[in-house]
Write a protein that binds this ligand. Structure first.
Ligand code: ATP
Ligand code: MG
Length: 695
């Protein structure tokens, strides 16, 4: 058709992208809004209507901007940065970096000498621009009829009250503040209050155990913890204050004592009378915060002053304390949010991530608020009271941009589509995914069923360390491929290297690295710059190493294949976990799959697959054979799993990622070496898996 020919022409002109890009010998494509995406389709093209209204409207426009961002990063980013308020402009050098360990210590600085404040840019600047009465936050409680909202002006007032309180108890610029709160409005309020006075927030996901919390208190040497007494999640009450008490005692024994534990009284879950209390240390939020003035001068900060500390989710081992600074992070999160979601001022944006993760920092709080967006916060569980809750929320607030994780998509896929189709979802226009590779079949279900084949999907690849998206579709610009994160964001130069650290061109697969810094990059691991260099910059000198494997196809599209530590080597074939899992999940009766390698005398390693079936499907040897056959057909005989292990559930981190380290131990029957499983979202699944091991 005319439209597909057009794209073909655009893509052929992509000289700037790694060689190989721009060659499309044939084009099986569906156009946004016109029909279902099926397995035969290579591409999903934006409709003319979508493209015409988009922030970036064509591959050509993307290329033009991308080219400029690479050739003149300083010019490109300072133009964008100028849209924010700076008390004083940065020095003449916009970016200063050493990205090569062989040339000295790794150092990254953006907008050094520039004086600003991210809270001011999120709130005051928007209020002054006339957005004071616009809703900043819609809050949806755990129960169906409990909600609240705050306009930008109201939010600013509340943030100022908390900021004034923190100053009053002696919190100063550079001090760490631990936040251990569920998804109440008080969570982003507290983050912004810290940012306003230059305190470094360290949000700890309120599902973590007391040990994890005390580790983080000790590491950051905080004096103040902000929490709430309890919260309801689904039908369970979680007694957060008890967990905090234990953590504070543990840290005191390790020489770090907490002076103040500010506690929000969450009467929906627990009254203050029933909350354990330590006079002198514990303070009720409601007793102090409302008494403080609703204005508070901001602490003006250097662009390179620290903004926050956040520990990675710990999928692979001991969590790392990632440190982000002010100016570059501000510019980068705002810009990625705007382009990757094609943000417009009329959008209602909902990201299902908790503020305890980087996604909740960059794309619940800072990125959206810097754009003056209306954000939905949801306190509860996605399947409470039933699997339709997310679409109930979408309809209630007329959500236009919905950003979630593959784990949620796959879990909803297991239930009947009827939970989705009973809601209208007409307001939706852009969907997003983050956290793991999204299997093409899950992508199609997300696209066809949730989005009614009308909404592009931004599969955003990034990390706690990167601050914001590095590889992401720009809806409206690029034709999409189900399961591919597509192309680099402005200013990002991804490269794929081999084991020796040599860049590979064109169609290939290997280790995903980045060549130059981008404004949102982390600056160090808190208190351990050496570990920072060793982990990220020493494996391949001259590059930032992401730890992820990736392949680039003949059209230049990037496909994340999983963590390189998880790569399986069968008779010399290197196989990414994502590829095999996606093949399994493409079987209609397979809801979710996780594969690991186990030692094999002949092949070196063999593939061992854990498989969760769609609700109600019985286990059978017939089905086992079909699943193996599916992988043989799609990838090849070498990738066929030797074992299919039925899994009623998979071990996942609290952020919903599959923990393969535990699965590897189960697969090799090293059951006494499972390690710490207390941080799993549901430690019980491990026992279920062990019971089913030989069935
Ligand atoms: P740790 O580093 O402590 O093991 P983690 O890597 O899970 O934990 P995060 O920073 O939250 O902590 O997650 C980043 C990782 O998530 C990426 O390195 C990648 O493996 C995966 N990831 C995130 N988004 C995507 C995506 N869109 N496609 C594929 N993988 C993704
Ligand atoms: Mg990581």
């Amino acid at each position: 058709s005319h439209r597909t020919d057009n794209y073909l022409r655009h893509m052929e002109s992509m000289k700037i992208l790694p060689s190989g890009a721009g060659r499309i010998p044939h084009l099986n494509a569906v156009i946004l809004g016109e029909s279902l995406a099926t397995e035969e389709d290579d591409f999903v093209l934006p409709s003319e209507q979508f493209a015409n209204q988009a922030n970036v409207q064509s591959p050509e426009q993307y290329l033009e901007m991308y080219k400029r961002s690479i050739e003149d990063p300083a010019g490109f980013w300072s133009e964008i940065a100028s849209q924010f308020y700076w008390k004083q402009k940065w020095g003449h050098q916009v970016v200063h970096e050493n990205f090569d360990v062989t040339k000295g210590n790794i150092k990254i600085e953006w907008f050094k000498g520039g004086i600003t404040n991210i809270c001011y840019n999120c709130l005051d600047r928007n209020v002054e621009a006339g957005l004071g009465d616009k809703v900043a936050l819609y809050w949806e409680g755990n129960e169906l009829d409990v909600d609240a909202k705050l306009t930008y002006t109201q939010l600013l007032h509340q943030v100022c009250q908390v900021a004034n309180y923190l100053k009053d108890i002696g919190v100063k610029k550079g001090d760490a503040v631990i936040i251990y709160l569920p998804m109440l409005m008080e969570l982003p309020i507290t983050m912004l209050a810290c940012a306003r006075i230059g305190a470094v927030h360290s949000v700890v996901f309120a599902g973590f155990s007391s040990e994890s919390l005390s580790q983080r208190i000790i590491d950051s040497k905080a004096k103040v913890v902000i929490t709430c007494n309890a919260v309801k999640r689904g039908s369970k009450v979680i007694y957060l204050k008890d967990i905090v008490d234990t953590a504070i005692n543990d840290s005191a024994q390790n020489g770090v004592s907490i002076d103040v534990c500010l506690t929000y009284e969450n009467t929906l879950a627990l009254t203050r009378e029933d909350t354990k209390w330590k006079e002198g240390r514990d303070i009720w939020w409601q007793d102090v915060i409302p008494q403080y003035p609703t204005t508070c001068p901001v602490e003006w900060l250097d662009a390179e002053d620290p903004l926050f500390l956040l520990y990675t989710s710990g999928s692979t081992g001991k969590p790392k304390g990632v440190l982000h600074t002010t100016g570059g992070y501000m510019v980068y999160t705002a810009t990625t949010f705007k382009y990757a979601f094609d943000y417009k001022p009329s959008d209602i944006y909902w990201c299902t991530a908790d503020c305890g993760w980087i996604t909740g920092h960059s794309y619940v709080t800072y990125g959206p608020m810097l754009n003056g967006a209306t954000v939905v916060l949801y306190e509860g569980a996605p399947n409470y009271p039933d699997a339709g809750r997310s679409w109930n929320i979408v309809d209630k607030y007329k959500v236009t941009i919905f950003y979630t994780a593959p784990t949620l998509v796959r879990s909803l896929m297991r239930d009947s589509d009827e939970y989705v189709t009973r809601y209208s979802r007409k307001s939706l226009r852009v969907l997003g995914s983050v956290g793991e590779p999204i299997n093409p079949s899950a992508w199609r279900w997300f696209y066809n069923v949730i989005g009614d084949s009308r909404c592009p999907i931004s599969d955003t690849w990034w990390q706690t360390e990167t601050g914001g998206f590095l590889i992401t579709p720009l809806p409206g610009a690029w034709p999409q491929k189900p399961g591919s994160a597509t192309f680099p964001f402005f200013g990002v130069q991804p490269v794929i290297v081999d084991e020796k650290g040599v860049e590979i061109d064109g169609e290939c697969s290997g280790y995903l690295c980045v060549k130059r810094s981008w404004p949102g990059a982390f600056r160090t691991l808190y208190g351990d710059h050496e570990r920072y260099e060793t982990t990220y910059f020493k494996p391949f000198a001259g590059y930032y190493f992401s730890g992820d494997g990736c392949s680039r196809d003949k059209d230049g599209y990037y496909w994340l294949t999983g963590r390189v530590d998880d790569v399986i080597n069968v008779s010399g074939h290197r196989i990414g976990t994502a590829e095999v899992e996606s093949a399994l999940v493409s079987h209609a009766q397979c809801a979710e799959a996780a594969v690991v390698g186990v030692e094999h005398e002949v092949k070196g390693q063999s593939i061992y697959a854990f498989v969760t079936l769609v609700d109600g499907v019985p286990y059978s040897d017939e089905l086992r054979k079909e699943l193996v056959l599916t992988v043989r057909k799609q990838i090849g005989a070498f990738a066929a799993p030797d074992k299919i292990h039925w899994a009623p559930g998979l071990p996942k981190t609290r952020s919903g990622k599959i923990m393969r380290r535990v699965l590897r131990k189960i697969a090799s029957r090293q059951l006494d070496e499972l390690g710490d499983t207390s941080t799993l979202a549901d430690p019980n699944v491990v026992n279920q898996l062990i019971e089913l091991a030989d069935s």
